[in-house]
Design a protein. Structure first.
Length: 294
């Protein structure tokens, strides 16, 4: 797989690109034979006008304005909306001239930005995916602490907003494959942890960076899943047209993925509490879509 980093700051793309290229040496126990080495693909960097010469099969959209210096509270993602929406509007025409391919959106606030990008680019909704699975990792981490188990054994998908109105689906919680129940207090604790921990981390780390470790690992996981045609669903934010009773907006829901985007949106049976929380998350996002004219 070849990788191109496109950035208006071409030097930054070059620097990250070369660092990634160096890192590939450590993959799959390099050094390897020539045949395996060839499968690593090329890594290159281009500036803003570079899309014309590319024919990407998948776009990971991370363009964003610098984080404000006070971006350490739970509304930091929302504070990015105005600037990142302008970026979406400025790059959408170039994207539109590409053939339709899946776009994995990282730029915050992802539910609004994914929606805006979808509207501006105009391709089928099946190509637009907002990345929200860092929340799944954080939820698993907190549950593992509460239950004193390894986080890798925890399965608890997360729907809803990538923000305050996240909806961990506790009714589907499995530990080592076994259905497990948490108390109401433990559930509140898990939600609070997922809402607050990224910003507690940001306070100590500084806001000039974002949570790159969990995020890059999660992005690679999603891309691998798409390439493998893995039929098990992943919760990502995608435009809705009737699923879960929502006729518009963008919200994390379980989707089945291939390199042709979303092939199916799965409608799980949710508990009454989960349905209520999902409705509230949807209302919050739709209010923004209306008020901000997204
Ligand atoms: N969804 C998640 O879980 C998650 C996780 C981490 C970061 N994020 C979000 O992803 C975004 C990027 O974060 P980051 O740490 O990579 O930020 P960053 O500042 O390191 O990178 C953003 C890049 O976008 C480039 N850019 C700005 N406008 C552009 C344009 N018009 N065309 C091309 N490139 C442009 C900038 O030059 C910059 O290099 C932020 O909105 C952040 O909040 C989301
Ligand atoms: O960069 C961050 O910490 C915010 C991002 O939305 C995330 O959830 O990781």
């Amino acid at each position: 797989m070849d990788l191109t980093l496109l950035d208006k700051d071409r030097k930054s793309a070059w620097a990250h690109g070369l660092d990634i290229a160096h890192s590939t040496f450590h993959s799959t126990q390099s050094p390897v034979d020539q045949e395996t080495a060839d499968s690593f693909g090329a890594i290159q960097a281009v500036g803003s006008d570079g899309l014309d010469d590319l024919d990407p099969d998948l776009i990971v959209f991370t363009a964003a304005a610098p984080q404000p210096a006070d971006a350490t509270s739970a509304d930091a993602r929302d504070a990015e909306l105005e600037a990142n929406r302008s970026i979406v509007d400025s790059v959408a025409p170039a994207l539109r001239s590409n053939r339709p391919v899946p776009v994995l959106v990282l730029s915050n606030p992802i539910d609004r930005i994914t929606y805006r990008l979808w509207k501006q680019v105009g391709w089928s909704r099946k190509y637009f995916l907002g990345y929200s699975v860092s929340e799944t990792a954080r939820v698993a981490h907190r549950i593992s602490e509460i239950q004193d188990v390894h986080p890798g054994t925890v399965y608890c998908p997360v729907m809803g907003e990538h923000g305050s109105e996240i909806v961990p689906i506790f009714s589907r919680l499995r530990i080592d494959g076994v259905a497990t129940t948490l108390t109401d207090e433990q559930r509140s604790d898990v939600r609070r942890y997922a809402r607050e921990i990224p910003f507690e981390i940001a306070k100590e780390r500084g806001v000039s960076e974002t949570s790159r470790w969990v995020t890059s690992a999660g992005v690679v996981r999603i891309i691998r899943k798409m390439m493998a045609n893995d039929p098990s669903p992943t919760c990502l934010s995608t435009p809705l047209a009737g699923e879960y009773g929502f006729s518009d907006g963008c919200l994390s829901v379980p989707v089945v993925l291939t390199l042709d985007g979303v092939t199916d949106i799965i409608e799980w049976d949710l508990s009454a509490d989960e349905k209520q929380r999902l409705k509230s998350a949807h209302e919050t996002i739709c209010t923004d879509i209306e008020v901000q004219n997204l």
